[in-house]
Design a binder for this molecule. Structure first.
Ligand code: NAD
Ligand code: MG
Length: 397
């Protein structure tokens, strides 16, 4: 574990300026900061000022912005510190390749795939928040981790809960996993009500404070769709073993059901630092300053069946799981493009799932990806098709 032994653990954070990245640095500060950890690389995108501040505070060796246009600003912000500044997609991969033993993968979207793969391939332990790696390139990504020899530790709260509830050597006795979903801000809304919502309304999550993409994904339940595919690859499950249940309080983070009828769960306050801390010190548990559950105050936990008619993303995930191959990459890429269009006010909230479905249908069936370029190709084609559909919708409007 960090601290105590006198050996500082080397770590990197891909996406340090985001919601998960900031929480990761908070956990690191709680567990001894620079006394316990040797920060190798931090990466961000547009928020150069925050990236530079983090790099200075935690004494990082390298700071990388994904956007080449921000290079000069980053370099200036780091002048005189001795911290190396770099920019661009290749620089991200190089930062991930630098020799940190533990890497937090917290870039949002498929932009995180190439750097995270690079870290996995060289055998780093991967703390995975960037679920899109598994959605887009599941088998190849898992294979890269195995070949590299590092560990893959989930950070997504549901998957961390499952990871914590899985008993050693009992994989054969796992009957099902139950992913909990808060249901998001539109849990009780009709499709008619959802049709006209703005980004401002959709991003207001009832329980969790998160990045924009995942907040909107919680409102559409597209995030849960990604998590179903993520679970399949992380835990080597059949699609029928993956259940989703709506649990509005977000206290039970997910569960594992066994052949003897037992169900093991992990509970906690909705605070990502618990899952991040677990991934950082696994198999030890760190001492964290996070809220403790007060069961009397909670009083009750509720459960509802998910509604695949109001939230079609769940149905799309089932389709992608059944079809396999690069359907996950296709679904995710199409939705990333549709998400950008929704945020830009070009399409309505419900159109996001429609577009993902139309692209999935147009590109089905799909062969398995044998090399990573197959994934990138499917991703690019799905983006192209989604953009066409959006342009067509705009023309018609
Ligand atoms: P965020 O938007 O807050 O942060 C994203 C990070 O990625 C930032 O550091 C940003 O600079 C960087 N980034 C954005 N675009 C980039 C690009 N094109 N190239 C390189 N870097 C880029 O997102 P977040 O909420 O922290 O989520 C990060 C990942 O973790 C996502 O995959 C999300 O699904 C997953 N996740 C987040 C939470 C949460 O509570 N926020 C929970 C579970 C899983
Ligand atoms: Mg989650």
């Amino acid at each position: 574990m960090a601290g105590g032994s006198g050996v500082r653990r080397s770590i990197s954070i891909l996406g340090s300026t985001g919601s998960i990245g900031v929480n990761t640095l908070d956990v690191i500060a709680q567990l001894g900061g620079t006394d316990a950890f040797d920060l190798v690389a931090l990466t961000g995108n547009s928020n150069v000022e925050l990236l530079a501040r983090q790099a200075r505070e935690f004494g990082a060796r390298i700071a990388v912005t994904a956007d080449e246009e921000n290079y000069t600003a980053l370099k200036e912000a780091l002048a005189g510190t001795g911290i190396e500044a770099a920019a661009g997609r290749q620089a991200l991969v190089e930062a991930a390749s630098a020799d940190a033993g533990w890497v937090m993968a917290a870039i949002v979207g498929t932009a995180g795939l190439a750097p995270t793969l690079a870290a996995a391939a060289r055998g780093a332990d991967i703390a995975l928040a960037n679920k899109e790696c598994l959605v887009s390139a599941g088998d190849l990504f898992v294979h890269a981790v195995k070949e590299g020899g590092g560990r893959l530790i989930p950070v997504d709260s549901e998957h961390s809960a499952i990871f914590q509830s899985l008993e050693d050597d009992q994989h054969h006795a796992v009957e099902r996993i139950v992913l909990t979903a808060s249901g998001g801000p539109f849990r009780t809304w009709s499709r008619e009500q959802m049709a006209d919502v703005t980004v401002e309304i959709a991003k207001a999550h009832p329980n969790w404070s998160m990045g924009l993409k995942i907040s909107i994904g919680s409102a559409s339940m597209f995030n849960k769709a990604l998590e179903m595919i993520e679970a399949k690859h992380l835990f080597d499950l059949n699609p029928e073993q993956i259940e989703v249940i709506v649990h509005p309080q977000s206290i039970i983070h997910s569960m594992v059901g066994y052949t003897d009828g037992s169900v093991l769960a992990q509970l906690g306050a909705p605070d990502m630092r618990t899952a991040i801390g677990y991934a950082l010190t696994y198999p030890d548990r760190p001492k964290l300053n996070v809220e403790r559950l007060d069961f009397v105050k909670l009083a009750r936990l509720d459960f509802e069946a998910p509604d695949e008619v109001r939230f079609p993303a769940l149905r799309l995930a089932r389709t992608a799981l059944a079809r396999g191959g690069v359907q996950g990459a296709v679904m995710n890429a199409a939705e990333e493009v549709a998400f950008d269009a929704f945020c830009a006010g070009r399409i309505g909230f419900l159109a996001m799932a429609d577009i993902a479905e139309e692209v999935m249908e147009a590109m089905a069936p799909h062969p398995a990806a044998t090399i990573i370029e197959d994934v990138f190709e499917a991703d690019a084609e799905a983006r192209r098709r989604a953009a066409e559909i959006i342009a067509r919708k705009e023309m018609a409007a």
